[in-house]
Design a protein around this ligand. Sequence first.
Ligand SMILES: [Zn+2]
Length: 386
Amino acid sequence: LEDKLNFFAGVKSDFLEMLRELVNVDCGSSNIKGVNLVADKVKSFFKTLGSRYDIKTIVGSRGEKHLLINRPGNVPGKIVMLGHMDTVFPAGTVEKRPFRVEGSKAFGPGVADMKGGIVSLFFVMKAVEHFTDCDIMDIEIVLNSDEEISSPFSREIIEKSAKNASYAMVFEPGRPGGDVVTGRKGIGKYFFEVRGKSAHAGSNHQDGANAIVELAYKTIELAKLTDYGRGLTVNPGLVKGGISPNTVPDQCEMAVDVRFQTVDDGEQLDKRIKEIANRRHVDGTITSLRGGITRPPMERTEGNVKLYSIVHEIGKEIGEQIGEAFVGGGSDGNFTSNLGVPTIDGLGPKGSGFHTENEYLDLDSVVPRMMVAYELIGRLSKGGRI
Ligand SMILES: [Zn+2]
């Protein structure tokens, strides 16, 4: 392991330069120019790894570029590796707070979630090319540009890759304490729209059908579905409606975020939400419902836990304590795990404050995390299917 650790320590300054280059591009999911610039940069990095790498650019329905990179191996089996190139931050963020390093932390939009993971993945593959002493499965890398909006286009690419994969490795950031991720909640998004009938609040109130009152009943019913014991939340999070206090409102709408831990809970929840949409409290109102489950849960499957135990073992060998976490946020690991592919997530360097201006990447974790991912590839390739 010694010479591998030395290799990763030796690339750390290159790591920082590459990270700076990727962080200093505004690339929110809807910023097509930005994500495409990042995709072009990442593509040029991978090109330096040699002709073994087949790099395809897939253009999505909004004009955004996704990368599909194949590196054939010499033993049976395939490992899918996932990363996303988009962030949640609006244009102008880089100008306000560009990449910077303070002590052992790096800051900037997407520095941990997940530019750090992408650069990490790149250097892990560079190590694969450098040390030719181990057998390796086929590697398929999917780097998408729409993860932060639930991967509407790239889901199909990821699921196609996962279909015949033996394992999936996801380079989302590690938790601040070093945990990797073996389970994630599923996510649903629902949009209620209530139509009623407007009337003057003073002169003919009785002729109106109040859309806000109807939605209020529904809001309470929805909120009651929350069950912390099951890790299940229903959050009416955004509401709009009405035009003035002295008008019976004929329109209002609401967006709801739901999270759940198992496929069954997700199905149950979906059914209940539809029932609530269909149950009318205020005569004369009509409710329409859009949306549904956007990500299945990444259940803590046996396969995921087995991968974790290997990661934990590697950690011990290099003096890193690596625990496992079940988290509320989704990732593309939800898709692979849901297809039954043993999946380990949070393999990127440690970080914290994701999706906020406090986001940072723990630079001390860069070398050991790359080491862990590299070793994992080797051990999985040696061991075949688990
Ligand atoms: Zn992410």
